[in-house]
Design a protein around this ligand. Sequence first.
Ligand SMILES: [Zn+2]
Length: 372
Amino acid sequence: MFERKDLEELEKFNSEGELVVSLFLNVSPQERKRGGYLSKFKNFSKVIPEDKILYVKNDIEKIEKFLQAERESFKKFLILYSCSKKGLWQRYDLNIELKEELIVEKTPYTSPLFDLLDNYQKYGVLLVDKRSARVFLVFLGDIEEYGMIHHDHVPGKHKKGGWFALAEKRYSRHIEHHVKMHLKDVIDKFGDFLKDREIRRIVVAGPDEAIYELMRILPENIKQKIVGRTFIEKHAAAEEVIEKVMPIINEYEQMKESKTLSDLITRARKNDNAVLGIDDVMKYLRDRRVMKLIVPKDYKIEGNVCFSCGFATQQEVDCCKECGSCIMKAYNLIEKAIEMALQSGALIEVVKDEKERNLLIENGNIGAFLRF
Ligand SMILES: [Zn+2]
């Protein structure tokens, strides 16, 4: 997993003119079984231009050795940055697939990773009880534990009797006080964690009593981020945690998707900074006015793009309607739209749910929220 500050650091990396190899490679179990990932890497390195290959020979060899030696530790997708001459070696493992590429430039190629941070939601998971708390981050189908808070000084309940009623009451107030102190500390630390990692969605887990106490003292700004609650055993392994949490996250994302789509359709009808239909969307993309692009998953819109001015249309045209140039190129316009959105820093939402996807297709195939 990576954070924005890791990428910013990487972006600032000064190669002092040396070349950096950036590798984006699918290393899913299927690819590994047949050794396909390795031959793909070799093919990629074969087409590095001659004026560059001399300078990165060491890096390519190092990566190849690494790909063979570390295969058991891979997830679905691997990203490597290597510049041996300046001591750069950075690895990221993802559980989703990106476009496979090998890029040799003077700077690390980081934009696909920045795009992930902009377009996917991170979730914080707080697993709490009266004495302890564990904190997890879930991002792109991956989970990482970030820390454990334990307060040993929270006294336990007395199981045996023998106390006066009054003392009993005082004692339970004493416990209550400690639990409260514990939860306050948890909230402080969790709040910092959320801020630090740019987390805007939370799942809480724990026994009823602890959750009840937590809710009583949780600040409103954190409460608003909660998208669901579940029960998870306090010593659960990370795999069990993600198994319990993913259904909540999926349900939430589907709900959000459906809300986004109905907003888009309503606002487009009212001409309220939203549009539907590929020709309009492409026009606003060219003007760099798109804030968020909404596209159906795995869908194709055939059309023509003007070579000289970038005008695009779904219609059959011989010449550009904007500049008159007659060299038009056929494209999957959705791919083109995504490419343009990425270049202009727009957000992209891919509609996956079948019902929602059909709704979008019925309403012009593609849409966008505009900046102005
Ligand atoms: Zn044109």
